[in-house]
Write a protein that binds this ligand. Structure first.
Ligand SMILES: Cc1cc2nc3c(=O)[nH]c(=O)nc-3n(C[C@H](O)[C@H](O)[C@H](O)COP(=O)(O)OP(=O)(O)OC[C@H]3O[C@@H](n4cnc5c(N)ncnc54)[C@H](O)[C@@H]3O)c2cc1C
Length: 422
């Protein structure tokens, strides 16, 4: 088994790094920061922004990235991708993610559309998701249906060639800036709960949708740019007699549970998810290197060096788990529990490293943005808060552990196991 990259892949990484060095201009950085702030913004607003929110520098950067063939590498050419391999995608995604530029489609809904969409949906959505013209808010969670998602009540009732949607979603991140929603709704109440769910994809400016801000723990004070889950808001979304055409249905009526779970699992494959936590290891290593003082450097302390080495090893495990997932998907293998295992390890590593960093830096490392004596605008303290969020969203770590136990280890489901003990 060879864990190394091929000479071509190493050459690709060098090319990407050289490109970033040349093209990551102050204008681009300012626009990336503006984009993050817009996602965090507190005012109420409707969706349908898409490319409109990209400034001239970012638009030009994405045009150049596209010209190199680095957008949507693994997607088929007929849908605007490059028909390329996942390791190349990983290398490109990893290097761009480090500087805050998103080139992958992780968490986008695109894998589900490719797997279950009609030809028309694939041709409409995938090229525009790749280019950034479209973006989705994911409308799964409801006030009484989070971990127990199949309990969802948001209703979609067929009326001729349309569906009429009524109900509420909660924690719908980016609903105020996304162009579209990827919505799970109940289409049949007469069958077991998993069998009566469907997925719909439609524009956020459809009549009858109301988006209300829901502030997060990062709202006051606001987290500095680059924080893990630094968004100051997520949203509640209300659907009041929202009419969508039947062509908005993804993967067939009442097939939503299977389509949604396959999509979510595939959406966990990629460099960005693991980098959410591993960037924190890189932050502290870089900070210690940049803050060396003769005879009095934190980086010289054996206890700190020991802890950082321990965390770095965890980070490498995280990276290898991600690469293993990609390799299984690339070979068309049976990808079942691996995404869930990563979704346990990466956020929990994120919590361990961010807490360890604030212990290393002492009390000043825990101060938040805006405090006069804070370190690096408080990013280390804000990252601790964000690390807990990453263990909840996109499937909480407890639910992910259950999936590893059942799908990976073949253990009986929780309910069967409890029944057997009675
Ligand atoms: C920052 C952030 C962003 C989010 N973005 C989105 C989004 O864009 N779209 C969207 O639809 N949702 C989103 N969510 C919602 C997220 O998916 C839910 O919060 C998550 O599924 C948990 O649901 P809940 O909050 O209702 O907790 P609950 O379901 O009430 O669970 C509470 C706790 O109990 C645990 N638990 C529950 N049942 C079990 C069980 N059977 N076994 C073991 N433990 C259990 C859970 O793991 C959790 O720790 C986001 C959440 C956060 C924090």
């Amino acid at each position: 088994m060879n864990f190394g990259f091929s000479p071509e892949q190493e050459a690709l990484r060098k090319e990407v790094l050289a490109f970033i060095k040349e093209n990551l201009t102050p204008g681009v950085i300012a626009e990336v920061e503006g984009e993050e702030q817009e996602v965090s913004a507190g005012e109420e607003s409707a969706g349908r922004k898409g490319l409109a929110r990209r400034g001239p520098h970012l638009s030009e950067l994405y045009r150049r990235i596209g010209a190199r063939g680095w957008l949507g590498i693994t997607y088929p050419k007929e849908y605007g991708g490059q028909g390329g391999d996942r390791i190349s995608q990983y290398i490109v995604e990893e290097e761009f993610a480090r500087v805050g530029i998103r080139v992958g489609l992780v968490g986008s809904g695109a894998p589900a559309i490719l797997a279950a969409g009609t030809e028309e949906q694939k041709r409409d959505f995938i090229p525009r998701l790749i280019s950034g013209e479209y973006s989705f808010a994911l409308g799964f969670t409801e006030p009484h249906a989070g971990a127990d998602l199949a309990n969802l009540r948001c209703r979609a009732v067929r009326d001729g060639d349309e569906y009429v949607i009524n109900g509420q979603k909660i924690y719908t991140t980016a609903a105020h800036v996304a162009t579209h929603i990827y919505l799970m709704a109940r289409t049949n109440t007469e069958v077991p709960k998993h069998d009566g769910i469907s997925i719909f994809i439609f524009p956020m400016d459809t009549a009858g949708i109301t988006v209300r801000p829901l502030v997060t723990i990062q709202n006051n004070p606001k987290a500095p740019v680059g924080t893990t889950y630094g968004a100051a808001r997520t949203n509640e979304v209300f659907f009041d007699n929202v009419r969508v055409p039947k062509s908005a249905l993804l993967g067939g009526e009442n097939k939503g549970w299977r389509v949604g779970s396959t999509g979510l699992n595939l959406d966990r494959v990629g460099a960005s998810r693991y980098l959410i936590s591993v960037r924190r290891d890189e932050d502290i290593v870089n900070w210690l290197k940049e803050n060396r003082h003769e005879g009095n450097s934190l980086g010289d302390d054996p206890a700190i060096r020991d802890k950082i080495a321990e965390m770095w090893i965890e980070a490498q495990v995280c990276r290898l788990m991600t690469m293993r997932s990609m390799s299984i998907v690339e070979r068309g293998g049976n990808f079942t529990y691996e995404g869930s295992a990563e979704k346990v390890w990466a956020p929990e590593h994120g919590t361990r490293i961010t807490e360890a960093i604030t212990q290393m830096l002492g009390p000043y490392g825990q101060l938040m943005n805006g405090s006069p004596r804070t370190i690096e605008k408080g990013i280390f303290g804000h990252n601790v808060l964000g690390s807990f969020q990453s263990g909840i969203n996109h499937g909480s770590v407890q639910i992910m552990r259950d999936q590893v136990a059942r799908r990976g280890l073949g253990l009986p489901s929780q309910r069967k196991a409890q029944g057997a003990r009675k």
